[in-house]
Design a protein around this ligand. Structure first.
Ligand SMILES: Nc1nc2c(ncn2[C@@H]2O[C@H](COP(=O)(O)OP(=O)(O)OP(=O)(O)O)[C@@H](O)[C@H]2O)c(=O)[nH]1
Ligand SMILES: [Mg+2]
Length: 465
């Protein structure tokens, strides 16, 4: 037996949205038109194939006052009241929705009653609440405020105190993981008998979240490693148009890395169960900008000063390179990737390297090579974009269906996480960068595992906010 809760309420208050957010199921139908849900449907949360907890989406009350009249007139065994109601009215279409919504309660489900706190309390609501009280079942009320135009939450709370064992604000359109856990904690209060079971549920949710963060961390490290070490080369003949070749290589290089990033985003999205086909990033999101665009490089990553101190760890060549790297964005991407970098350059010639430089780019007699990336800033850009995507995904509740979002609007300031890293943390990143981009093999294992721990701690911080 797993705990089961029926989400009840007036039509269009957000019942389906609440179920969707609590079960992380974005396939549940949510609609502006009242009466969308017509049958009670169970949604079971499974972790590693095991059923953990169940929420039941139900149609809204249609005739609460008539239902209340029947409940008040009932004078038989109080334990039987719901079964009797369903039995009496199951063939009466007038009470069809009421019979349907009481179904899960008759089976023993706890009650979560949902109201929209931005509208006033009406007689129908009072009737619904009184009916629920008369069921005698463990019940909790939640205020799912749909708009902030008006606030009637105090009135609701006053009424709720008379009718429910527990009250909570829970917004299906903004609730994150922490709020979902708090909601489960409050459910414990509605019936002591459920406490041990709900504690198990909370434990399972927390463990699963840790596991997801671990997997995000793995995919991030894998993607960053692949991106930093990626290189491309193309033979140069006498007849080669070098500008064209350069452009070609740049395009291929960028496409490859963008694709790695896309795959990483997809993995993160899947881990957090966002499947909605039309799901896309909000218009203003920094992630809408191309990974290699000027805006991305200006808005993310470290400041020049931070970069210089973080880069000191990498030593002579890299330290010297940093200045050009930070300025690189203004010369175009090819430079930012490492075109101008001389001996430590990402763009190297083959065996027959000539001493000659053309437009700051070294080339040899036989091939052009682009990558591996020698620009430390690139690491921070990749990290920042992954963290931003992660934060975006985990903070988007499954019950939210419009695309509007007001967080993290670009305001011209640095937008990434990396600028807030301590110098110690930047050293961890720089050391990782050094070992991945082929600096030294000494201490490589430690630098990678330190970096792993650091990434995981940032992910945990983001998800606890
Ligand atoms: N802005 C905002 N809109 C919400 C919120 N909760 C629900 N909505 C919207 O309100 C409408 C109704 O939501 P549903 O979850 O379908 O409501 P319901 O109670 O299941 O409705 P029925 O099935 O018709 O009884 C949808 O357009 C939702 O997107 C919220 O917290 N904020
Ligand atoms: Mg519904």
């Amino acid at each position: 037996m797993i705990p089961e809760f029926a989400v009840l309420g007036h039509p269009n208050e957000g019942k389906s949205s609440v179920v969707s957010t609590l079960t992380e199921d974005d396939q549940i139908r949510v609609s502006q038109i009242p009466g969308e849900t017509t049958i009670s449907k169970r949604y079971t949360v499974k972790i590693d194939g095991q059923e953990i907890v169940r929420f039941v989406d139900t149609p809204g009350f249609q005739v609460p006052r008539q239902t209340l009249a029947w409940f008040k007139a009932y004078d038989d065994d109080p334990v039987q009241i719901i079964d009797q109601f369903i039995d009496t009215h199951k063939k009466d279409s007038f009470f069809a929705d009421e019979c349907e919504l009481f179904g899960p309660v008759a089976r023993g489900a706890g009650i979560i009653y949902v109201v929209d706190g931005s509208r006033p309390v009406r007689d129908d609501d009072l009737a619904e609440m009184e009916v629920l009280r008369l069921t005698g079942r463990p019940r909790m009320a939640i205020i799912n405020t749909k708009t902030d135009e008006k606030d009637y939450t105090q009135d609701w709370k006053l009424e709720f105190r008379k009718h429910f064992n527990s009250i909570r604000f829970f917004n299906s359109n903004t609730a994150n993981f922490t709020e979902r856990i708090k909601m489960l904690e409050s459910l414990k209060a509605i019936d002591q008998e459920w406490e041990p079971m709900l504690s198990q549920v909370i434990l399972a949710f927390n463990k699963d979240w840790q596991k997801r963060n671990q997997l995000v961390c793995n995919t991030m490290i894998e993607t960053i490693e692949k991106s930093l070490s990626f290189s491309l080369s193309e033979p140069i003949k006498k007849s080669t148009d070098q500008e064209k070749l350069k452009e070609n290589l740049t395009q291929k290089y960028q496409a490859h890395i963008k694709n790695l990033e896309k795959q990483m985003f997809q993995k993160i999205r899947t881990l957090f169960k966002h499947r909605l086909f039309e799901y896309h990033l909000p218009e203003y999101s920094i992630l809408k900008h191309d990974l290699f665009s000027k805006q991305t490089w200006e808005l993310l990553g470290l400041t020049k000063e931070q970069l210089a101190t973080a880069g000191a760890i990498i030593g002579g060549t890299m330290g010297a390179v940093l200045d050009t790297a930070a300025a690189g964005i203004t010369f175009g991407v090819f430079t930012a990737i490492g075109g101008v970098l001389g001996a430590g350059s990402a763009l190297l010639g083959g065996k027959k390297i000539t001493k000659k430089k053309t437009a700051g780019i070294r080339f040899g007699g036989d091939k052009f090579q682009l990558g591996p990336n020698k620009n430390l800033q690139f690491l921070y850009i990749l990290m920042d974009r992954a963290f931003i995507y992660y934060s975006h995904i985990i903070n988007r509740p499954h019950g939210k269906r419009d695309m509007k979002d007001t967080s993290s609007i670009i305001n011209g300031k640095k937008k990434g996480y990396s600028t807030a890293f301590t110098s110690n943390q930047r050293n961890i990143c720089a050391k990782f960068f050094k070992s991945v981009s082929g600096g030294t093999f000494v201490k490589q294992k430690k630098s990678i595992s330190d970096f792993e721990d650091f990434i995981e701690s940032v992910l945990n911080d983001i998800s606890e906010k």
